[in-house]
Each structure stands twice: as structure tokens, then as C-alpha cells.
Design a protein around this ligand. Structure first.
Ligand code: MEV
Length: 437
């Protein structure tokens, strides 16, 4: 077994690079050169990026793109999108343009409540701990007053604290369930700081009142952490138009709308399809979430768990036809922020937020949801008409050509040649051998 690397984080960036490349690469010089070629020439910008993460060696670049023509609540936006998946931005742009001419997207935020929990065990009579909680609930909230001061001034802060008895499902397990409003901040740090403060107050309250409890009774704080499940931080988004405006002749439009509705129903009842259907929605959501400096892992966790809130995993979006009108809608939880952390520090995030007109968190929730619905619309549209590969592979062809080192001339010829053909890496490779570089 290899020896573990000691105190890696204490080494300078150059020492880290040397150690790693010499130990793991056939050609350390070449590996080092690649890392340096991805460093920013602007030293102060590079410094900002290097400080985002521990043990940073270089930058990992993803495309930053724009999807224009998003009409959301009658306001036009160009969306910043960060994604490596070739067809995502093109699909979002097409869907946005399609709906731009049909009234755009309408989005509403239902609520912006985020939850945090203090998990603890207590092996005595549940009624005794419940009584202690009722008597000291305001002291628990009060103990966070300094931390919540600014947030309260902005209309946020702690909304409720409840004690939940889980002892029937896990012996001795209780939790304090705390609801927060965090304004324009995502609020993870704020929530966790409040929770840890409240947990230590709750512990002190218990031990200060220990005379009320028999000696053999045990109380222990297990952990305090926000929850990424946000069923009360949701946004709904909707697009609709008369069937005849779907862009085909009436008969074809009706058939198209029915097929679209069926595609969504399949994703409601079939888990295998639902996961892919929702992944398509997240293609749009994640790209804007990343571009705006938000935590896409939290969003993914939250949205996938919300998709199974009724007991089985389902499509998040739904389509219907009502009196000749085609409706397409979804509701998703989106806990994001537009101030604090990376949103304030990352220059490209600030660029994207300026492009969006410095939205509030509530406005950004609507924008992100519209991006998800547009992406889902584009995917279903392709799936029920031409098939997904046509659009996908057109973009993918470029990646294959780059991967195979094609020249500009070869790229042009290959693009024409494969216009209406199915594409595989092997086919492209074979084709390249038949033309001059
Ligand atoms: C690919 O990234 C996403 C799709 O598979 C979504 C879907 O099938 O709905 C095209």
C-alpha cells in the first residue's frame, strides 16, 4: 500500500503541482504545462478563483453561453448558461423563441421557506421534553437574535420552531424543525449558524433543568444542519397557446398536442422514463444555476426528492389540452440566492446577474424554472417528432470532429456530408480518411 501524502494542503501551489505530476504522470513537464495553460493571465482574477477551493492547481473550463429570447412574465431575458452538453443551449434557445411568439412563460413563486433541523435523542417521557420545549421556545429563538438581526431587518429570519417526536420510527429520536426565510441569500451558512447556536442553547436549557429529569435519562444533540429538501420553496411555471398556434396545420397540431400530453403521462407513470424526463428539465435548470453561482448539487437533490413527494418518482412537468388550449406546466423547489458567497465573488457570475438585470432570488427562481420548462419542451418536441439524435448529433458531430483532430476544411465537408445521416464516431472517422485534410 502507498503511504498517504502528508500535509498536502500546507504545500504551495507549485509544490503541489510538482508532487502530483511527478507521482502520477508519465510526462510531468507536459502535465504541468497543461495546468499552467488553463491559469488566467490576469493574476488578481486567478487569485479569486484559486481561493474558491482548497488544493487548487488550475482552472477547469466549461462553456459559458447565452440563450436569448426568454419571455417570462412579459419581461425579456437572455439567460446565461454553463453546460458542456452540446445541444442544451440550442434547445433552450429554440424553445424560448417558440414560446416568445406565443405569450412566453408565466411563473409564480408560492413560498420561499427553507428548513433546518436539530436532531437529538432523549430517552425519557416525550411529554416532559415537549413541556420543556414549550416553556423555552422563545429563548431558543432569542439566542439567535444577533445572527438574525440583518435578515430580520430585510423581512426574513426564523419563521417557526417545532419539536417533532420521531420516537415511533427511531427510538429516542426527536428533532427541532426550524423554518427560515433568507431573502435574496441562498442562506445555507446563515441557517447552519442559527441551527448550531440554537442546538447549544437547547442543550444548555436541558442541562440547566436536569433536576426535572430522572438521573438515568439521557439527552444528546446528534447534529444540526439545513435540509436540502425544500417543498415549501417552490416556483410554478406555465406556457400555453391555442392548439392551432402550435405551428402545424390543425390536424397535425392536434395530433402533436395529444402525443405531447401522452409523453408527459408516460413520465408520470413510468419511473425509468420519469428520471430521464426530469434530467432533461435539469439540463436547463442546472445550466442557469451554475452560471448564477448557485449550488447545483443542492438543487438536484431537492428537485429529485420533490419528484417523489407523493410516494413514487414522477415527471415534474405536465401537459394537458383544455378547450382547444395546449397547456404545459411544472412546479419545482428551487432554493437559490443572488447575494453572498460565490454570487458576489465570481466575476462571471456577476456578469450573468447583470445580464439578467440583478434579479432578486424570487425573480431568479422564476427564470431558472422557465429554463427548465423550455428545455423539457425542446426535448419532448424532438422525441415525439424527429427523434433526439437529429439535433443532438448535429452538435455532437462538431465534438467528434474536434476529438478526431479534423481540419477546418474537413469539418466543413463532414458537416455537409452528415447533414441528414445518422452519426457515429466510427462513421466520421471512416469518412475523414476519404477526404483531404
Ligand atoms: C438528454 O440530456 C436529455 C433528454 O434525454 C431528456 C428527455 O429524454 O426528455 C433528451
Amino acid at each position: 500500500m502507498n503511504k498517504p501524502i502528508q500535509s498536502f494542503s500546507k504545500l504551495s501551489a507549485n509544490e503541489k503541482i510538482k508532487l502530483i505530476t511527478q507521482q502520477y504522470f508519465e510526462d510531468p513537464q507536459k502535465a504541468q504545462a497543461l495546468l499552467s495553460s488553463y491559469l488566467l493571465s490576469n493574476k488578481s482574477l486567478q487569485e479569486i478563483h484559486s481561493q474558491f477551493s482548497e488544493n487548487n492547481l488550475s482552472n477547469f473550463v466549461l462553456p459559458f453561453s447565452i440563450a436569448p429570447n426568454f419571455l417570462i412574465n412579459q419581461k425579456t431575458y437572455c439567460l446565461p448558461m454553463v453546460t458542456e452538453e452540446s445541444s442544451v443551449v440550442a434547445a433552450a434557445s429554440h424553445a424560448a423563441k417558440f414560446w416568445f411568439n406565443r405569450g412566453g412563460f408565466t411563473a409564480n413563486v408560492q413560498n420561499m421557506i427553507k428548513k433546518g433541523q436539530i436532531h437529538f435523542t432523549y430517552n425519557g417521557n416525550p411529554n416532559t421534553i415537549k413541556k420543556l420545549f414549550r416553556q423555552h421556545k422563545s429563548a431558543l429563538i432569542h439566542s439567535t437574535h444577533e445572527i438574525t438581526h440583518n435578515m430580520r431587518m430585510r423581512g426574513g429570519g426564523i419563521q417557526s420552531v417545532e419539536l417533532i417526536d420521531n420516537t415511533k420510527t427511531l427510538p429516542n429520536y426527536f428533532q427541532l424543525d426550524i423554518a427560515f426565510i433568507t431573502g435574496d441569500a441562498m442562506g445555507a451558512n446563515f441557517i447552519n449558524t442559527c441551527l448550531e447556536t440554537m442546538a447549544s442553547t437547547w442543550e444548555s436549557i436541558y442541562f440547566q433543568n436536569s433536576s426535572l429529569f430522572p438521573k438515568d435519562q439521557k439527552f444528546e444533540i446528534i447534529m444540526s444542519i439545513l435540509s436540502n429538501y425544500n417543498p415549501e420553496c417552490t416556483v410554478s411555471v406555465h406556457a400555453s397557446c391555442p392548439i392551432e398556434n402550435l405551428g402545424l396545420n390543425l390536424k397535425d397540431s392536434e395530433r402533436y398536442a395529444q402525443k405531447f400530453v401522452l409523453a408527459c403521462q408516460i413520465a408520470v407513470i413510468n419511473k425509468f422514463r420519469a428520471v430521464t424526463h426530469n434530467k432533461g428539465i435539469l439540463n436547463g435548470i442546472d445550466a442557469v444555476v451554475i452560471a448564477t453561482g448557485n449550488d447545483f448539487r443542492a438543487i438536484e437533490a431537492s428537485i429529485h426528492s420533490y419528484a417523489s413527494k407523493d410516494g413514487s418518482y414522477k415527471s415534474l412537468s405536465n401537459a394537458s389540452i383544455n378547450r382547444g388550449i395546449f397547456h404545459f406546466e411544472m412546479t419545482v423547489p428551487i432554493s437559490i440566492g443572488t447575494v453572498g458567497g460565490v454570487t458576489t465573488l465570481h466575476p462571471m457570475v456577476r456578469w450573468g446577474n447583470e445580464l439578467l438585470g440583478w434579479p432578486s432570488a424570487e425573480e431568479l427562481m422564476k427564470i431558472i424554472a422557465a429554463s427548465g420548462l423550455a428545455q423539457n419542451f425542446a426535448a419532448i418536441n424532438s422525441l415525439i417528432t424527429t427523434g433526439i439524435q437529429k439535433g443532438h448529433m448535429k452538435m455532437h458531430l462538431n465534438n467528434i470532429l474536434n476529438q478526431l483532430g479534423a481540419t477546418t476544411h474537413q469539418k466543413q465537408k463532414a458537416t455537409n456530408y452528415f447533414q441528414n445521416k445518422k452519426i457515429s464516431v466510427k462513421d466520421v472517422e471512416t469518412y475523414l480518411t476519404t477526404i483531404d485534410a
